[in-house]
Design a protein around this ligand. Structure first.
Ligand code: FAD
Ligand code: NAI
Length: 498
């Protein structure tokens, strides 16, 4: 039987922030055209309450919505809930799992990324990406007395702060926590909070950025077949009760400079006669042998072995390119993403990409870098649509202003965190200086300077400096003459530069 075939000018794949933003923008640009959004997940992600905090910094809420809400808002968007199983780029056609074919003139791939697990296929190693995987994690946690978290980026930072009633062994490769966002100084500032704070205060301050419309969570079905759902985002844990079986708040032990060497199941471990360690009651006291039996045992590269109920592998993501590769010779970046140029074009004709799936391969501004973040997914989806629209009318457009400066606003350990430009002196070599201001428990301010110019900043706490520093990084003013005054709390820096 011949498969049903549709023909559309613009087809977008992926119902996450990048895909939805791209489809919306195309729908606005081409009200007469039908825009096809093909997605494996049964709900789509919508950006709501968008707020431009300053020139580049933006904040918004995210809602999971049924696709009909998007179709009602944009009558020329048609959502198809089915995973793409093959792309035939020479025929300008995608094949979906429901047996249909969709022909496109221009296609934008926004299929996100998947967790890069330390051990694929082991049922005791969980990854967190979408609503289903977060709920599975929560379910396992309610039965757990001890877990191990591996990884030192965004997810690990959020988890160690949120989990209660369960011993957590946090195994990190680095010497300080949060290496993807912080240097050792900021890490120390945060660690003291992690080790001291009581759960009551924490709950009272829980942030509420992430919203899920109504009670849809319960009614949701899984993403089709092997496909992942959309990535979670700001405050994804807000609606989850992340509590283990015990009655304490934080109980975290950090193992630094190590990786997972091997994971043993209980039976396998029993015959080996190796000695697992008990949960250290105090970082400085000598450790004792663990008498308890655990479902799984983890041997670390520092020689220590701990038993636990399960592990969370919060070890980054891999772009979800697999469904599109067969028979298509895409150029891939080192991180496995689809390489895109300054017009968001992949290496194949009429195929664009945006969000976590892509690897930015244009010459970036000296103070921008790609990170797989919600904000960048939105900016790329929006810009890709603009580029597709321009190309279909025969021209190209200038790079969007949002790619001039890396800017990320988030919350860690209940502190507001703003990251600007080369906030960790990424790629600046040794030829740079750092200036610091820190008030324990209150704020941590770091600026990265090079040749008298501000190149980046980390602002933790209510510093109120983001707008001024954003301007100083963007205008690359020579600040040599201001010296330490830049961070003097008694000087109103805003007045200085008015
Ligand atoms: C736990 C967690 C917390 C996070 N917190 C933050 C945060 O606080 N701030 C921040 O900025 N970022 C955060 N991020 C990162 C952010 O969520 C992602 O960078 C962003 O959502 C990526 O959007 P995307 O649209 O590119 O991909 P996704 O959201 O992953 O969407 C991909 C879409 O493609 C669909 N799809 C996949 N395969 C196929 C296929 N074969 N056919 C059709 N459709 C397909 C999926 O179902 C999905 O709808 C977090 C990520 C996680 C996992
Ligand atoms: N508030 C925010 O901005 C948040 C952002 N996110 C984003 O979601 C995505 C997924 O988050 P994460 O998984 O935390 O990724 P990540 O990229 O933030 O961090 C991955 C971490 O895993 C470590 N790692 C990699 N391989 C390892 C290995 N084999 N053994 C031990 N450690 C290893 C890395 O050193 C790094 O610390 C990222 O794009 C992240 O930026 C996630 C949560 C919060």
């Amino acid at each position: 039987m011949e498969a049903a075939r549709s023909v559309g000018t613009f087809v977008v794949v992926g119902g996450g922030i990048a895909g939805v933003t791209c489809a919306e923008q195309l729908a606005v640009n081409f009200p007469e055209e039908d825009i096809l959004l093909v997605t494996a997940s049964p709900v789509i992600k919508a950006v709501t309450n968008f707020k431009q905090v300053s020139k580049v910094l933006e904040e918004f809420e995210v809602e999971e919505q049924p696709s009909t809400v998007l179709e009602n808002r944009f009558p020329n968007i048609k959502v198809i809930e089915s995973g793409v199983k093959q792309l035939k780029s020479e025929e300008h056609c995608i094949y979906t799992e429901d047996g249909h074919q969709h022909v496109y003139k221009k296609l934008c791939l926004c299929a996100g990324a998947k967790p890069k697990l330390i051990c694929e296929g082991n049922p005791y190693v969980l990854g967190i990406r979408d609503t289903d995987s977060a709920q599975e994690f929560q379910k396992q946690l309610t039965k757990a007395k001890r877990i191990m978290i591996v990884g030192n980026g965004g997810i690990a930072l959020e988890l160690v702060y949120e989990i209660e009633g369960c011993e957590v062994i946090w195994a990190i490769k680095d010497k300080a926590i949060g290496n993807t966002f912080f240097d050792a100084g900021a890490a120390e500032f945060l660690t003291s909070k992690l080790m001291s704070e009581k759960s009551e205060a924490k709950i009272a301050h829980r942030r509420t950025i992430y919203t899920v419309e109504g009670a849809k969570r319960e009614n949701r079905t899984k993403a089709k077949a092997d496909n992942v759902g959309s990535a979670l985002g700001p405050d994804w844990h807000g609606g989850l009760d992340l509590k283990g079986t015990e009655e304490f708040s934080h109980n975290i032990h950090i193992e630094t400079r190590c990786e997972v060497k091997k994971i043993y199941l209980q039976e396998e471990f029993r015959i080996m006669k190796k000695k697992p360690l008990a949960f250290p009651k105090d970082q400085h006291k000598s450790v004792t042998v663990d008498k308890e039996m655990w479902p799984v045992y983890v041997e670390l590269t520092n020689g220590k072995i701990y038993g636990c109920d399960f592990l969370v592998s919060a070890t980054g993501v891999t772009p979800n390119v697999y469904p599109f590769l067969l028979g298509n010779n895409f150029d891939l970046g080192e991180d496995g993403g689809l390489k895109v140029d300054d017009q968001m074009r992949t290496s194949l004709p009429d195929i664009y990409a945006a969000g976590d799936i892509c690897t930015a391969c244009w010459q970036p501004s000296p103070v921008w870098q790609q990170m797989r973040l919600w904000t960048q997914a939105r900016q790329m989806g929006w810009y890709a649509a603009k580029c597709m629209a321009a190309a279909s009318l025969g021209h190209s457009i200038d790079m969007d202003f949002s790619f001039e400066l890396f800017a990320h606003i988030t919350k860690f350990f209940n502190y507001k965190v703003v990251l600007l430009g080369k906030y960790n002196a990424q790629g600046l070599g040794s030829d740079h200086e750092l200036m610091l201001r820190c008030t324990k428990g209150q704020e941590y301010v770091k600026v990265v300077m090079q040749n008298g110019r501000m190149m980046g900043a980390v602002l933790i706490g209510e510093t109120d400096l983001e707008e001024t520093f954003e301007n100083l990084i963007l205008n690359q003013m020579d600040l040599s003459s201001y010296g330490e005054d830049l961070l003097d709390p008694n000087i109103d820096i805003e007045d200085y530069f008015d």
